[in-house]
Write a protein that binds this ligand. Sequence first.
Ligand code: ATP
Length: 241
Amino acid sequence: MSGETLLELRGLSVFYGPVEAVHQVQLNVQAGEIVTVIGPNGAGKTTLLSAAMGLLPSKGEIRLDGERIAKPSVEGMVSRGLGLVPEKRELFGEMSVEDNLLLGGFSLWRKGQRDQNARMEEVFAIFPRLKERRAQMASTLSGGERQMLAIGRALMAKPRLLMLDEPSLGLAPLIVKEVLQVVASLRNHGVSVLLVEQNARAALKVADRAYVLEMGSVALSGKASDLLGDKRIIETYLGIG
Ligand code: ATP
């Protein structure tokens, strides 16, 4: 199942009061793709994901499976197969790994406990370390494990497209590599990925395509390998990371 457009943003603009934080962004993610949005601090990456998830009002078009979403809402986006792992991870520290996962499976509740448990086993297959630590409190996990739990929790709702906001933030380089490799492997589980990263080099290594966001606009886009291989582009845009 590849080649179909899952998510498309057409001329998307997002305002904070009078300030335009995201300007006329054109972006798409095809089924089976890993797409990254890179760019410096304050470029508008988080704002873009929040708007796509229906967390912020926007102008322009958000389209899922070729259909324009007239009134984007988080509930609506989740039910249509979109998931978001926020930058702050927002785990429940005083709750176990397992309970954090079950909260992510909220939308499966209606279908019964068996669906939730079956889904949790699928998530454990992707993150075996979470299974080992299923009874442990989230606050006692390492940084990498917490990020994996945040991703696992979002996967509980069975998204077809997972958007991740800087999963590498605050992690040691070796752990960044490990987390991003797991992110890239999600496509083997039928999940496409839109990955926001400041760690441009690491993101480009796992992505198929990339968009460079600068001051709210797409400054550049293309195949990740082309961007990684172009010295001029690396010097101009990818000095960080
Ligand atoms: P970072 O990597 O630092 O999170 P980013 O690329 O995700 O950066 P955003 O957080 O989306 O960037 O911010 C884009 C712009 O919007 C910045 O100028 C920021 O100051 C502004 N901004 C973000 N959130 C708000 C808010 N709640 N109210 C007003 N302005 C905001």
